[in-house]
Ligand binder design. Structure first.
Ligand SMILES: [Zn+2]
Length: 111
């Protein structure tokens, strides 16, 4: 596919699909899920966050899902803003509708 773009964390790690991302309960924030870079030594760690109304992490309870601006901006610079925002939106939908419901027992991040 000619238009296929590869997303990348600002640490340089390529993110080919949402299944490579790690989802953890966010530290110090109730009912929030952090989307974490697949690179275990990433200096940024968190690339996005999903906020929920309660600890029931269903899509009907979702308040907000977004990638952090440095991640979006980094990819927009590399791949163009239109393509990037489109693919990021699709990834968030996949994370919220498929990944999080399948991972009901999200772990807290190891310190
Ligand atoms: Zn990273």
């Amino acid at each position: 596919m000619a238009n296929q773009i590869v997303l990348q964390c600002a640490c340089g790690e390529a993110i080919n699909s949402v299944s490579e991302l790690t989802l953890v309960k966010a530290e110090g924030a109730k009912n929030e899920v952090a989307i974490v870079c697949p690179n275990p030594v990433c200096i940024f760690q968190e690339i996005g966050r999903c906020k929920y109304e309660s600890d029931e992490l269903s899509s009907s309870n979702l308040i907000k899902a977004e990638f952090i601006s440095s991640f979006s901006t980094w990819n927009a610079i590399n791949n163009g803003i239109d393509q990037t925002s489109e693919i990021l939106k699709k990834m968030l939908v996949e994370i919220v509708k498929e990944l999080i419901p399948k991972n009901k027992d999200l772990k807290r991040r190891d310190k």
